[in-house]
Design a protein around this ligand. Structure first.
Ligand SMILES: Cc1ncc(COP(=O)(O)O)c(C=O)c1O
Length: 411
């Protein structure tokens, strides 16, 4: 389908949708609301301090450089690292790509990459690409809650290993990995192995201290902390060498060419600041709403399964539930008609309509993975929002099930 055909049909969808009586946005996996404070900081920056090129020698350039540096200091202080250890990209996906592809150029003799079987596609795809060039890729299995098998990890890490990459928090099922145990195992085997963590879903949701975490590389994404889209960051520990993967005119950073999006970075830094300044209040609010939503759905809708762990081992915002005998995409549309915005499966996989590799890795069957909904609470939500979802969702599931030919299999 061409872009113009697609645009026409999207237009028809928007027109036929109508205006819902109430809206609850729970699709923070794909893209989120932005803190008003972050937006205000960005608008201010576009008007003044951020409009210049931060590496050009005139007053506007210097002011832009100064505000970029102050923003970076804010982010660095929230996660306890130095501003010099942060490299801006334009997304979390780019940060993951830089971490993986940039380290291959530095240690071409190490030919093994070890990842968990539930990594984000922006880790999985670059890693798969290197299989073609003779690299061995080992995917470590996880248990039914998404925790990596530490014995299998230990058995697969050796002197040949270039990198171990495990996400601190899984974006789909919310599993908070024991990163200390993972880092200890890898460091015990060989000090030369690079440890990367995709921390896009950890930032702002769990305490992060880069010194204590002791990884070499960590990726972050602005829109996952209610900052603007289009900013990613790679933490590169002091002394760790990476090769650039893009080339061109460099600005203030050697590893990523092009001019930095200073206003967006300022918005991102404000969002990080908001998350960590209000950490206890925000995380406990998100977790309360998460638990209310999980228990409300599991007790009121039959044939449902929670994906991922419970309690403190789960990200405070993450709700992922499989609705058996129900098509996740159809349910997403039905909920949208009622002003409730969620995603079915993961962001990336929902677009290609493949079941999530993460749900399959934790042992869900194909149809259980297909009938899953991913919802993320946020500091913006209220109890009333969740009550509205709990009022609408069971009816929506009932309606989709009543239209489905597989309803005859329900007991
Ligand atoms: C764990 C994880 N890694 C990477 C990404 C990619 O980040 P971005 O959307 O900024 O490319 C996401 C985004 O949803 C994510 O959740």
């Amino acid at each position: 389908m061409s872009h113009s055909d697609l645009s026409k049909s999207v237009n028809e969808l928007i027109e036929s949708h109508g205006v819902p009586r109430r809206e609850v946005y729970l699709d923070h996996e794909n893209s989120g609301m932005v803190f008003p404070e972050a937006l205000e900081a960005m608008v201010g920056a576009y008007k003044s301090s951020g409009r210049g090129h931060p590496s050009i020698s005139h007053l506007i350039g210097w002011v832009s450089y100064q505000s970029l540096y102050e923003a970076t200091e804010r982010v660095a202080s929230a996660i306890n690292c130095s501003p010099e250890e942060l490299v801006y990209t334009h997304s979390g996906s780019e940060a993951n790509n830089l971490a993986i592809m940039g380290s291959i150029g530095v240690s071409p003799n190490r030919k093994k990459i070890v990842v968990s079987s539930i990594e984000h596609l922006s880790v999985m795809f670059p890693v798969e690409k290197f299989r073609k060039y003779g690299y061995k890729v080992v995917k470590i299995p996880v248990n039914e809650e998404g925790f990596i098998d530490l014995d299998i990890l230990s058995r697969n890490v050796d002197g040949e290993t270039l990198m171990v990459s495990v996400a601190s928090v899984n974006h789909e099922i919310g599993t908070i990995q024991d990163m200390k145990a993972i880092v200890d195992i890898v460091r015990d085997k060989d000090e030369g192995i690079l440890i990367h963590t995709d921390a896009c879903d950890a930032l702002g949701k769990v305490p992060l201290d880069m010194k204590k975490l002791d990884v070499d590389l960590a990726s972050f994404s602005s829109h996952k902390v209610y900052g603007p889209k289009g900013v990613g960051v790679l933490y590169v520990k002091d002394g760790v060498k990476l090769e650039p993967i893009l080339y061109g005119q460099v600005s203030t950073q050697k590893l990523w060419p092009g001019v930095e999006n200073v206003p967006a970075i300022i918005g991102f830094s404000k969002a990080v600041d908001m998350m960590y300044t209000n950490f206890s209040e925000f995380t406990s609010r998100m977790a309360n709403l998460r638990d209310r939503l999980i228990s409300g759905v599991l007790s009121n809708v039959e044939h449902t399964l929670l994906n991922g762990p419970r309690g403190n081992l789960r990200a405070p915002d993450n709700v992922n539930i499989s609705f058996l005998y129900c098509e996740g995409e159809a349910l997403t549309v039905e909920l949208s008609m009622n002003g409730i915005y969620v995603s079915s499966g993961s962001a990336c996989t929902s677009r290609i309509l493949e079941p999530s590799h993460i749900l399959l890795a934790i042992g869900r069957r194909y149809e259980e993975a297909h009938g899953s909904l991913l919802m993320k609470t946020s500091p913006f939500h209220t109890v009333d929002d969740i009550e509205y979802v709990l009022e609408v969702l069971p009816k929506a599931v009932g309606r989709i099930r009543s239209l489905s030919p597989i309803r005859h299999h329900m007991r």
